[in-house]
Design a protein around this ligand. Structure first.
Ligand code: HEM
Length: 355
């Protein structure tokens, strides 16, 4: 997946450099980063890049991603909405506000979309593309090959469910402008004018500290995903009956004064030289169901943030203070999406022109 992500990060830097007006441009980072992550994901799942209408268009999205994004715009608010039936289950039967119908409609639109992706990949494979030794095989391509040897396990329905799971796990990396200012010292080690690569990220210790400190203060999933107890147990003196829905308040754990000094301050240094090792940090969960994508996610966050800092100078415009207010939702969204002015860095102009 890393080569696909690196290519998409490079495309994002190129588009930001080329987007008008020349010099400095106001950028809505949330949109750019959402496009980037969905594009990389869609490319891994279905190799959609080739279907882009205009390769140099000012968007990081192929038509498939644009379509999926529209569906997400409808679906995500329904997921994070306070449904009255969560509190009064009897209301479920009456479908108050028509939420159930709306969810069913989006689910069937999503299934139709995934079926089209699978059919397109099947056609490509039948036409001889993506053979056994093709390293660029998509996730759907791999599963369609497995379908031939294990048709009972890899049915079209299973493939659709796995793709849907992967796409719904897409998250927006929480890059904040205040990090970028602190990260200025990151430019020193690179010296030579070349674009940061995924292999550079593990060597850039301070960049990783910035990512860790961001995930501490703003965990992407502040209550992780709901778990359920499979047996009666006692936790911290509290009886937890079997079948209880359990939400882990990672947001509070990451700001526990008993663990973290100066807990609301943004101090990446607290992670330097393994100093925070052994402290409770769990933005990716813990134990058997911990996120298997952690290493890839950390590398990707470092690469995206590092590229944005390496290639551009950032400013809020007129000394405006970034509004960090948190909104409502399962992924800790900001109330005010971050907009910033980005200006290509002089030292990187040749690199950016050549992208
Ligand atoms: C910033 C990026 C990411 C964050 C913050 C994140 C966080 C999480 C969290 C909190 C969970 C639930 C853990 C639990 O049950 O307690 C999870 C599950 C999962 N994540 Fe991630 N994740 C990220 C990126 C990724 C990536 C890049 C992949 C795949 C390449 C991925 C694949 C998964 C899968 C498959 C699960 C379900 C694991 C299971 O239930 O056994 N995640 N993630």
């Amino acid at each position: 997946m890393l080569p696909v992500i690196s290519a998409e990060v490079c495309a994002m830097a190129r588009r930001m450099y080329r987007s008008p007006p020349p010099g400095a441009a106001r950028v809505e980072l949330k949109r750019r980063l959402f496009e980037l992550s969905l594009s990389a994901l869609m490319e891994t799942i279905a190799r959609t890049k080739t279907s882009r209408a205009v390769p140099d268009d000012d968007t990081d999205m192929c038509p498939e991603v644009q379509e999926f994004m529209k569906a997400l715009d409808v679906f995500l608010p329904l997921l994070s909405a306070d449904n009255s039936w969560d509190y009064l289950p009897v209301l479920r039967w009456f479908d108050v506000f028509g939420v159930r119908n709306k969810i069913l409609a989006t689910v069937s639109a999503r299934d139709a979309f995934l079926r089209r992706l699978i059919d397109a990949e099947r056609r490509r494979l039948e036409e001889g593309e993506g053979g056994e030794n093709d390293e660029r095989k998509s996730m759907i391509g791999v599963m369609l090959s497995l379908q031939k040897s294990e048709p009972v396990v890899y049915t079209d329905t299973t493939i659709m469910a796995l793709c849907s799971e992967r796409l719904s796990k897409n998250r927006q990396p929480p890059v904040k402008l205040m990090l970028i200012k602190r990260g200025r010292k990151l430019t020193r080690p690179w010296g030579t004018p070349r674009l940061l690569g995924a292999d550079d990220v593990p060597r850039l210790g301070y960049l990783q500290c910035i990512v860790s400190e961001t995930l501490r203060l703003y965990p992407v999933l502040p209550t992780l995903v709901p778990h359920e107890s499979t047996a009666d147990c006692t936790v911290g003196g509290h009886h937890v009956p079997s079948g209880t829905m359990l939400l882990i308040n990672v947001y509070a754990i990451h700001r526990d004064p008993a663990i973290w000094a100066d807990l609301t301050a943004f101090r990446p240094e607290r992670f330097e030289d393994g100093r925070a090792e052994g402290l409770f940090m769990m933005p990716f969960g813990m134990g058997r169901r911990k996120c298997p994508g952690e290493a890839l996610a950390l590398r990707t966050l470092g690469l995206v943030l590092g590229t944005l800092i390496q290639c551009f100078d950032w400013d809020t415009g007129g000394g405006a203070v970034v509004d960090m207010a948190e909104g409502v939702g399962i992924t800790l969204p900001r109330v005010v999406p971050l907009e910033a002015i980005c200006k290509p860095r002089h030292a990187m102009l040749d690199v950016l022109k050549g992208l």
